[in-house]
Design a binder for this molecule. Sequence first.
Ligand code: S3P
Length: 190
Amino acid sequence: MRRPVVVLVGPPGSGKTTVGRLLARRLEVAFRDTDADVEARAGRSVADIFVELGEEHFRALERDAVARALAGHDGVLALGGGAVLDAATRQALRGHTVVHLDVGVHDAVARVGLARDRPLLVEGPRTRIAAMLRARAPLYAEVAAAVVDTVGHTPEEVVGLVEKLLADRRHHDHAVAAPAGRLPGPLVGP
Ligand code: S3P
């Protein structure tokens, strides 16, 4: 069965796409991003979907894109920052190797810049990001078994930290020589 090597979650500006691309290159696997999948299927940008069809419609497309990618992609997968808002998506992430890239308000704002492509952040990015981080923290914690603090780290350093987590997990899986059917290594979510 195809399943992603790792699924990256985290707020806008946490570096999911940048880190995900670099990590995929290092691991010599493909990179996939559910925002890009949604755009390809809808034939328009995320920003246009928000404006023309509304956030609810976008969330439905995103839920579908995440389900497809979880079942059909065996490389590195990055989810849109709000994908974890959906209960079905959180459920679908169970048993996957999910890593939460964390970031503080200051760095997130600096990284998203003017946020022209991020419809939810166009007005008052600082306030919106602060509210997002607060509201979503428990959701990222629910789906991810590991968190990497990206603050003060270059994308390359974050890639190294995620690689180490994945390697530790492989080591752990090997070390416990799990009896048949036994699943979770330390990185596999609840
Ligand atoms: C969103 C994050 C965006 C994109 C959409 C909504 C969010 O993805 O899916 O604009 O609700 O946090 P990034 O996390 O890649 O910016």
